[in-house]
Design a protein around this ligand. Structure first.
Ligand code: WTA
Length: 647
């Protein structure tokens, strides 16, 4: 490949990890992971340093994943207390509000520590302790980070629910986790639009199976009117502000749970991905330091939402464990206009910027002018996450946003991984547009064929990881069997990612996207099965099948085929009603982009829906339908193609 972007010399000269470091340390991390990770673990402050490093087996017989199993520590102490002596007055979080005319806030490590302690005390006073589950349903405001860290301080397990999810989705997560308390706000604000967070919580708590929730703490954010149901609902400030600003941290075992985060899979309801304390924090912190080349004077901005894993690892835990300054942005890239990101970069002198390809593509469509009219001189490194970045968007990011000066780290990882697994280390090797390049320390990717044979050299197939890394998820909350079956049953002894990948002649990895029934819409994972179950809940729907299709901005869009119950009539009103119904059931991110009526679905004689055919129809590639002769009724395909043309 000739399309190689070498490391700029001045960048390499100051990099946290050079190519020589990588060659030496990566080899050691694979040869002797105990020695390697034992040494790296000294980056954390342990109340009791671990004497064991890894107890891992991916085999069905003695399956276990444990790291630093006899170590003890507290995550909030690592993110806050240990910085107070040297960096107490350093800004830990910059809050940039939705609207540019509202005031930004700078929260020092000392202030953040005090706020976390006050909430920790308040939670304890409300009967929350070690092991209890707390749901966090907040906008991108400082309280979101405070809430996560306060849970960590007292050993409660947080489960953050993205503010774009509906009441039903909140209820599903509360039910599965058995949460005792919810922290929410009156309303969220995104691109000047209000999001009725408290009202969504109220609606969720009317649904069955949510009676575990005893208390709802409500942050006053917009000041909008909300119903307070006493004694369940309490204003956050009334309960928290009067608390002492020190709070004894809970001693946690390295393998005690830190959080549950729900994510979509190919079947059933979203699973509760469980991450634990020691390994997760170490991996988030170490990857953040190495991949983002973080220095003490950097202003670092990850545009994700704390409702996703990227927000957990790379807005809150990784940056704060490293004593960095992390910017939290409440708004959206397009409000008030397409310059917003770059204006925020200039305003706060952001040096490291991390976003998703979907945002880049959306901004690219607006042309160069909104970018060019800003300075961006402070930027030195750019990052991408969440979905494959197409080379065209990569080059625009590099040339227009970074003016050819900033390396790009295209970071591949998953909720299940806790942190980045494949990515450039920006000072260590040249990048190629569209490639996540090479594995992080301790990570052993491999590519297998459908039968599980490991492929060598240049190849394409399914991406697996051969051995554990500290940030790996430990289980699906409450369902060890589902954990094993989802990730370790397909290819014995290996972790199966659900992604396809190609390896080129230079050993660079190119992620090709999901190979299962998960679609990636604007970097958000959505299970086709979830959207289908939402659709069939509607009384007029008999059957539904959902596939992904290529979408210019979102990467993938959602394409739904719907069969109505006999006697119901297809109409534009019903179509709108069904889209609204999915929004209500799951949330706006799951709204179908295209909904097509399907008098019948292509099924095998045993009744299995042939999604391959539905994908080709959605892609508008009728010439690539392949063999349809095994269908129970091949004529349904013609009917679907006719309907598509009519659509
Ligand atoms: C996809 C987000 C290509 C992939 C951190 C993965 C990517 C899923 C990249 C996980 C990337 C994430 N290049 N694909 N740099 N990053 N993905 O759990 O399909 O929300 O399996 O975690 O996003 O999404 P999740």
């Amino acid at each position: 490949m000739s399309d190689l972007y070498p490391v700029p010399e001045d960048f390499a000269a100051q990099a946290n990890v050079t190519s020589a470091d990588y060659a030496r340390d990566y080899a050691e991390s694979i040869r002797d992971p105990d020695a390697f990770w034992g040494r790296i673990a000294q980056r954390l402050d342990w109340m009791k340093p671990p004497t064991r490093v890894r107890d891992v087996s991916f085999d069905r017989q003695n399956f276990q994943i444990r790291w630093f199993a006899d170590g003890e520590l507290n995550v909030s102490v690592n993110c806050l207390d240990r910085h107070l002596a040297e960096r107490g007055d350093k800004t830990a979080l910059i809050f940039e509000p939705d609207g540019p005319d509202s005031e930004a806030k700078h929260i020092s490590y000392r202030e953040l520590h005090a706020r976390v302690c006050r909430l920790g005390n308040a939670l304890r006073s409300l009967g929350i302790g070690k092991g209890d589950r707390v749901t966090i349903y907040l906008p991108m405001i400082v309280e979101a980070a405070v809430a996560m860290l306060a849970c960590a301080r007292i050993g409660a397990i947080h489960t953050v629910v993205f503010g774009g999810f509906s009441a039903n989705s909140i209820a599903d997560r509360v039910r599965d986790s058995g949460a005792k308390l919810i922290i929410t706000a009156d309303e969220g604000l995104r691109g000047s639009k209000k999001v009725p967070l408290k009202a969504n919580v109220d609606a969720a708590l009317k649904l069955p199976g949510t009676t575990t929730v005893e208390t709802v703490l409500v942050v006053r954010h917009t000041g909008g009117a909300v119903d307070m149901q006493m004694p369940r609902d309490r204003w956050y400030d009334a309960v928290v502000d009067s608390q002492p600003d020190t709070c004894e941290p809970e001693r946690m075992n390295a393998e005690d749970p830190l959080f549950i985060l729900y994510t979509s899979g190919s079947t059933g309801k979203p699973k509760g991905v469980l991450h634990t304390t020691g390994g997760y924090l170490l991996f988030a912190a170490y990857t953040h330091w190495a991949v983002f080349d973080i220095k003490d004077d950097d202003i670092y901005w990850c545009t994700a939402d704390v409702g996703w894993v990227t927000g957990h690892s790379y807005i809150v835990y990784g940056p704060l464990a490293n004593g960095a300054t992390s910017l939290m942005f409440e708004g959206v890239p397009s409000y008030p206009d397409a310059s917003r990101f770059w204006q925020v970069v200039d305003k706060h002198q952001v040096s490291i910027f991390y976003t998703a390809p979907t945002a880049i593509r959306a901004l690219m469509r607006e042309g160069e002018e909104p970018v060019r009219k800003t300075s961006r001189k402070s930027l030195r490194l750019l990052g991408s996450v969440g979905e494959p970045i197409n080379p065209e968007a990569w080059r625009w990011y590099y040339d227009v946003v970074g003016e050819g000066r900033c390396p790009i780290v295209d970071t591949w990882w998953q909720t299940e991984n806790g942190g980045i697994l494949i990515s450039p280390l920006p000072g260590a090797w040249a990048t190629k547009p569209g490639s996540a390049t090479k594995p992080f320390f301790g990570v052993q990717p491999a590519i297998v064929d459908a039968a599980g044979n490991i492929l060598e050299g240049e190849c394409e197939g399914n991406l697996v990881i051969m051995d554990s890394w500290p940030g790996q998820m430990r289980t699906v909350y409450g369902d060890d069997q589902r954990f094993f079956d989802t990730y370790f049953a397909a290819y014995p002894g290996m972790y199966f990612t659900g992604d396809g990948a190609r390896r080129d002649a230079d050993g660079y990895y190119w992620i090709t996207g999901r190979v299962d029934d998960v679609i990636n819409v604007s970097g958000h994972r959505i299970g086709t099965a979830e959207v289908e179950s939402a659709l069939v809940l509607h009384p007029k729907v008999a059957e539904a099948a959902v596939v992904g299709f290529p979408h210019d901005i979102k990467g993938q869009g959602i394409y739904a085929y719907v069969t109505l119950v006999a006697g119901e009539v297809e109409s534009d009103e019903l179509l709108k009603e069904l889209v609204a119904h999915v929004r209500k059931e799951i949330g706006p991110i799951a709204s179908p982009d295209v909904l097509q009526w399907a008098p019948g679905l292509p099924k095998t004689r045993s009744g299995k829906i042939m999604r391959r055919i539905l994908r080709k129809i959605a892609e508008n590639a009728p010439d690539q339908l392949g063999d349809t002769s095994t269908l129970a009724d091949p004529s349904v395909v013609d009917a679907l193609l006719d309907n598509r043309r009519g659509a």
